[in-house]
Design a binder for this molecule. Structure first.
Ligand SMILES: Cc1ncc(COP(=O)(O)O)c(C=O)c1O
Length: 265
């Protein structure tokens, strides 16, 4: 019996990256490779995305594996670190880290690390999944900018909660909170995931962060991938083991043997 196979089409992947570039021509691309590149295989996908500017992963182990496989582009830890001592590995491997809690900020400031590290300050503008409270951003940004452990300027980032629904009122709300944060920030910004890349054009800033659209899935409700010229990257193939013909109404006659015996008793 043949096993089911998931075929990955790397040409479609590269095509989808060009769709990102076409939609956000002035932004750098942080390609999302988290969750095993949405199930497509982290290392193979990273090696094919020559035109991405950086990669985003959720776990330190994913970043370590990418460096071991020879990937030299910037890699961003989207959830940051969970233990302060992970900062040694982050620094040694030249990874970027997100800081989304005040504890991470304190640990970062207190760390004794061999090389400075680029930091993405994630602020919760309304999704309420991860992020610093907006009111803490000006002070945190001010303190970290002058610190010896930071490489360059921090990058301000946030994440849309409902960008897949273009009419959702949360989009405008989050957008206005982000605009307010920009008044306290001179450096680069990043806000847009796939849906926002396609439908909230003024949210692109210096970095866009495409995930699902890279893999050929429409990120916007009630639209299909072909609306945006996205091509599916994965095709699941298997073989049929049997085709049975059953007359209409016959299903009820097919009572399992054990049940028939019981009925006779
Ligand atoms: C911080 C962050 N940015 C970008 C993305 C990519 O989102 P999408 O797959 O909707 O493009 C994700 C995915 O959850 C994320 O967590």
């Amino acid at each position: 019996m043949k096993i089911a196979v998931a075929e990955i089409n790397l040409e479609s992947l590269q095509h989808n990256l060009l769709v990102v570039k076409r939609n956000a021509p002035n932004s750098k691309i942080l390609a999302m490779l988290k969750a095993n590149a949405y199930g497509h295989g982290t290392t193979e996908i990273a090696k094919s995305l020559h035109q991405a500017d950086a990669f985003g992963v959720a776990r330190l182990s994913e970043a370590v594996a990418l460096r071991a496989a020879g990937i030299t582009k910037p890699i961003v830890l989207l959830e940051g670190f969970f233990e302060a001592d992970e900062l040694q590995i982050i620094s040694n491997l030249g990874l970027d880290t997100v800081l989304h809690t005040e504890q991470q900020f304190d640990d970062f400031m207190a760390a004794d690390i061999p090389r400075s590290v680029r930091v993405w300050l994630k602020v919760d503008t309304g999704m309420h999944r991860l992020g610093l409270p907006p009111e803490t951003f000006p002070a945190i940004r001010e303190k970290i900018s002058r610190h010896k452990n930071i490489l360059g300027e921090p990058i301000l980032m946030s994440h849309f909660g409902c960008a897949d629904d273009v009419t959702h009122s949360l989009n405008d709300y989050q957008f206005s909170v982000f605009e307010e944060l920009q008044n306290h920030h001179k450096g680069e910004c990043s806000f847009a995931n796939s849906a926002a890349i396609l439908s909230i054009k003024n949210s692109h800033h210096q970095w866009v962060r495409p995930g699902i659209m890279l893999y050929g899935v429409s990120p916007v409700n009630n639209t299909s991938a072909s609306n945006y010229e996205l091509k599916p990257v994965m095709t699941l193939k298997s073989s049929i083991i049997a085709i049975r013909e059953v007359k209409k109404g016959k299903v009820l006659d097919m009572v399992p043997l054990g049940l028939q015996k019981k009925t006779r008793v």
